[in-house]
Design a binder for this molecule. Structure first.
Ligand code: BGC
Ligand code: BGC
Length: 604
């Protein structure tokens, strides 16, 4: 099979400007208020600020008050008990805040959540394309707008902290988190990550009701692990680490990012959560980061699997300021144990008091800057706007700009709205869960109607074509009769994190067979690929008349029909190299033969 013509101009694609971060303001100030508060605090109150507990582990919400907890999070699977709407979430997050405000010093909690492609845990929220799709848009201004929308939806549920943006630079697409990264190109990630920080926080992290604390993650080298294994080992010298993975953090700090999440991975065999050189010397001292460092989910536990107290000592001394703890008192390595152990470590002099003070100072500085001491109330208008048509319109534009046209023989696309018979095949065509991917309502995402208010591709097609057009839908491709064109949706089913690690990245034999069958009818075949990364397409590429990489587009299927029927042009460009075979996948590996190079994308 011959490759299509490579019309890309990589030089243009690499002309990355950083102008978008010039207007942002780095985190600073509030020293007198911070110091005055710190001076009043007991050791128990200080240690509490350093603890972030998963809501599902907090069986007794009053523990927020008892232990002076600084933060609560909802992990991918921890939802409110009574429902999953924006209203339910607001009630839920408020119920923790109420206890924080009953403490002696009334220090509010910061509630944190993985709003990684919109406010994705909430039923009915706007779901944006995953970052790999946003990377294909190359549009920093659009990403800033998208994150403004997400910030509004997050704030509408009483939450002011998003564990985003992920500024990873994934090198090996075997990694299950490849789609969480904008690109395999450092300069592109740097530009888009800074735009996302500004979108979430605003020009400055502030008391504005929709200023949501951003969290650049996962520091550092998460996308460079050997064989693309999640939480694995990144092997390289420091110069390479700095060149490939550090620039997005430098830009995020310039843009004022208030928090950074440390990564599960190791660097040359040593766990990042215990790396004082990188966390304290580099991030805090050299780069002047004044926000706080949060650990990943039970990640400190991996420093020493036999000795939790040792994990605490190592991670806090390395520079971690807040520890994310998923376990309640009924499990090992839980938050009560953490508090007791850290107290003991301070008493023994193994963790200096000054280190605790530095951590708490950083957390308080952010809380003060965000105006949380003035109010933690939520504007009901923000809650009402979760999933609004205006918000969905922005996501629709993101979808439109994220689609990469890889092949278009005989100018098969755009299709005419007046086409008489359109056959739609492939389960993904009418499945919002598949269209959204992982991190959608549940950690791993799911199949079917996972969230309300979205539009599948099939529904979007029905809204787009003329009333005379007949659309047939057969998930298994059993109904292809007399079609004037066939739209085939193929690709990956939802996954997240390590569950998406793959040895081989082949399109499934079923999908390949489906497209072969469609081709055999003689009608033009338009293939839409939903995937978190480039796949090895086998004969599916040749058998398709037109081929669109749609990534994981999210809830707004109309963004696809806008372009498929020519209301808008294709503008998306590949955010990473598309390897030709499974033998060589790692970006930059001299053996990689691109099926399509970085920056490829037809316009018609
Ligand atoms: C992931 C993070 C996420 C955290 C909280 C971890 O497993 O690595 O990206 O923010 O869980 O859900
Ligand atoms: C949680 C996620 C977390 C993951 C880590 C899941 O149970 O819901 O938030 O990232 O565990 O392994």
């Amino acid at each position: 099979m011959k490759n299509p013509p490579l019309t890309v101009t990589i030089a243009t694609a690499l002309l990355i400007s950083m102008t978008n971060i010039l207007h942002a303001v780095p985190l600073s100030g509030h020293e007198p208020e911070t110091e005055a508060l710190l001076a009043q605090m007991t050791l128990d109150e200080k240690i509490g600020q350093m603890v972030q507990v998963d809501s599902a582990a907090l069986k007794n919400k009053e523990d927020v008050k008892t232990y002076f907890l600084g933060s609560v999070l909802s992990g991918g699977n921890s939802d409110p008990d009574n429902g999953n709407t924006a209203q339910d979430w607001l009630k839920f997050t408020d119920s923790f805040q109420t206890y924080a405000l009953q403490t002696r010093l009334k220090i509010p909690i910061l509630y944190g959540i993985d709003a990684v492609h919109g406010h994705n845990n909430i039923d009915g929220a706007t779901v944006f394309p995953h970052n790999i799709g946003l990377g294909a848009t190359r549009d920093a201004k659009l990403i800033e707008r998208a994150e403004r929308v997400t910030a509004g939806e997050v704030a509408g549920t009483g939450i002011r902290w998003a564990f985003a943006p992920c500024v990873t630079v994934p090198q090996n697409p075997r990694w299950g988190r490849t789609y969480e990264g904008y690109s395999d190109n450092t300069a592109l990630v740097t530009k888009l990550g800074a735009a996302a920080v500004i979108g979430l926080q605003g020009e400055k992290l502030s008391a504005e009701p929709t200023s949501v604390l951003a969290c650049a993650k996962h520091f550092i080298g998460d996308g460079g692990t050997e064989n693309g294994i999640d939480q694995g080992n990144t092997i390289c010298d420091e110069a390479t680490l700095r060149k490939l993975y550090l620039p997005p953090y430098v830009a995020a700090i310039k843009a004022g990012v208030g928090s950074i999440m440390v990564s599960y991975n190791s660097w040359n065999g040593a766990k990042m959560h215990g790396n004082r050189h990188l966390l304290t010397d580099m991030l805090k001292n050299e780069l002047g980061f004044r926000g706080f460092l949060v650990s990943d989910w039970a990640a400190i536990d991996q420093i020493d699997s036999n000795n939790y107290r040792h994990c605490i000592e190592e991670s806090i001394n390395a520079g971690l300021d807040m520890i994310m703890i998923p376990n309640g008192p009924d499990k090992p390595n839980n938050y009560v144990q953490f508090i007791n152990d850290l107290k003991a470590l301070v008493a023994e002099g193994k963790v200096p008091q000054s280190r605790v003070d530095d951590a708490v100072r950083r957390i308080l500085r952010v809380k003060i800057q965000m105006g949380l001491f003035q109010t933690t109330a939520t504007d009901p208008a923000l809650t009402a706007a979760v999933g609004s048509p205006e918000h969905r319109e922005v996501a629709r534009q993101c979808v439109r700009e994220s689609l990469v046209l890889l092949k278009n023989d005989n100018h098969c696309l755009p299709l005419s709205k007046k086409i008489s018979r359109l056959a739609v095949v492939g389960v993904g065509a009418d499945d919002l869960g598949i269209q959204c991917g992982g991190w959608t309502v549940d950690w791993q995402g799911g199949r079917g109607n996972v969230t309300r208010g979205g539009t599948t591709l099939l529904a979007a097609l029905k809204q787009t074509v003329s009333p005379e057009t007949q659309i047939t839908f057969s998930p298994d491709g059993s109904d292809l009769k007399n079609a004037d064109a066939i739209i085939a949706v193929v690709g990956e089913l939802p996954y997240a994190e390590m569950k998406g690690d793959r040895e081989h990245l082949d399109l499934s034999p079923e999908d390949i067979a489906l497209i072969a069958r469609a081709k055999a009818t003689g009608a033009p075949v338009v293939t839409i690929l939903y995937s978190g990364r480039p796949l090895n397409l086998g004969s599916a590429l040749e058998d398709s008349t037109a081929f669109v990489a749609a990534w994981l587009p999210g809830s707004e299927g109309l963004g696809m029909t806008d372009v498929l029927f020519g209301s808008q042009k294709f503008t998306g460009k590949l955010p990473r190299v598309w390897p030709a075979d499974n033998g060589h996948l790692v970006t930059g590996d001299p053996g990689v033969k691109p099926q399509f190079p970085f920056g490829f994308g037809l316009t018609d």
